[in-house]
Write a protein that binds this ligand. Structure first.
Ligand code: ACO
Length: 355
């Protein structure tokens, strides 16, 4: 019995290769730095979806499919927005995804997220939704649909680097959930909704908001060590550290830190965060000497998303926005190459008397 399925190979994939011990992340044969610099979010989606959601896919074709998807998603807002606007954001996004029709194409499903999240964030400020500009990238149009103004190129570039960096990461819990759902031949829309639900937990995609809560609570450099020691002594987990697969340094954390640094003066509280990171890694090593616990992708995610102006309860939905392209690629791959996923449980309950 292996309760966390650690090391269990449950699928073959051509999508991403993750070697956490050696710090390797490849997307269909391309390294992380190359994917960020040369492909961007739409180009990375084209690489992931090639052969699964069509042939001859490239960055321009995906950008135009996502643009058309956002226009269609905007037209669907009246179906669900009123019912969702008073809910907490993470729950409201669940309704946005639940409103996506089963027969929707992959780009239409993914495009529901930027449109839905932007409309929800505006509606709680009492502002009407802003219609998408289908000619823009997902990152630029999402920021534009949030503020109503075209974003600064540096902010759009930082968000694009984030979306690209977290687009896929092997068989993460949410991706596995999406593959299980797709393996039953349920719809792609159902697979993405299931992936989203799995992502919202604090041990997976729910960590970046609490990373900022931690920085707020620590307050200043003088309070770092005392705060960390107290939390660890109380048995709490430090958000933004540790990963099931990334036992060595996660290259995505460094890619996000570099994207944040490119924001220049708008890069937020990176200096303080670095000090917390250094002290936290040392404290974790003291607490768990035999266990490598490194900075995970959520730590610099939190700082980057804060720096581009997103509120912290939007961090997990925006992670879902990025990862939806990965979930869809895995769901399509599962449908094409996989079987029904149906493991077994060892029964450890009571036996009937007669037995
Ligand atoms: N802070 C304190 N202790 C930790 C941390 C942490 N961040 N991470 C692991 N540990 C400890 C656990 O308490 C546990 O100790 P125990 O054996 O005394 O009970 C031990 O290390 C092993 O923990 P597991 O949960 O079994 O290890 P796993 O490999 O499953 O951990 C996980 C991965 C769940 C992400 C964990 O590191 C964690 O909870 N981190 C904090 C939450 C977080 O940052 N989540 C985002 C992950 S990134 C992503 O999903 C995109």
């Amino acid at each position: 019995m292996n309760s966390g399925l650690e090391g269990v190979i449950a699928a073959e994939t051509v999508l991403t290769h993750v070697d956490g011990a050696r710090g390797i992340w490849w997307l269909r044969g391309h390294g992380l730095a190359e994917v960020i610099a040369e492909h961007g979010y739409e180009g990375a989606t084209a690489l992931l979806w090639q052969g699964f959601a069509g042939e001859g896919l490239d960055r321009a074709r995906i950008q135009s499919a996502f643009g058309a998807g956002r226009v269609a998603a905007f037209a669907r807002l009246p179906l669900w927005l009123d019912a969702a606007r008073r809910l907490p954001l993470a729950e409201a996004v669940r309704l946005a995804l639940a409103a996506v029709a089963d027969e929707s194409a992959p780009a239409g499903i993914a495009a529901a997220l930027p449109v839905g999240i932007a409309a929800l964030l505006r509606s709680r400020a009492g502002d009407p939704p802003v219609a998408p500009d289908p000619t823009l990238t997902t990152a630029a149009d999402f920021l534009r649909m949030l503020s109503g103004d075209r974003p600064a190129p540096a902010s759009a570039a930082a968000l694009d680097a984030y979306l690209t960096t977290v687009i896929d990461n092997g068989l993460a819990a949410s991706t596995f959930a999406a593959r299980v759902i797709a393996s039953t031949r349920a719809s792609l829309a159902a697979a993405v909704l299931g992936g989203y639900c799995a992502l919202t937990g604090p041990l997976h995609g729910g960590a970046p908001g609490p990373v900022l809560d931690m920085l707020d609570e620590i307050g200043d450099a003088a309070g770092i060590d005392a705060w960390l020691e107290q939390k660890l002594a109380e048995g709490e987990r430090l958000m933004g550290f540790g990963h099931r697969v990334w036992r060595g340094r996660d290259p995505r954390a460094d890619a996000l830190k570099a994207a944040l640094e490119r924001l220049g003066p708008d890069r937020g509280r990176i200096g303080f965060a670095e000090a917390v990171e250094r002290r936290a890694l040392a404290a974790l090593q003291r607490k768990k000497p035999g266990r490598p616990i490194e900075t995970n992708v959520e730590f610099y995610t939190a700082l980057l998303l804060e720096a581009v102006g997103l509120p912290r309860d939007a961090f997990t939905p925006v992670f879902a926005l990025a990862r939806s392209a990965g979930w869809l690629a895995h769901a399509l791959e599962q449908q094409k190459t996989g079987r029904l996923i149906r493991p077994a449980a060892a029964y450890i309950g009571p036996k009937p008397q007669a037995a």
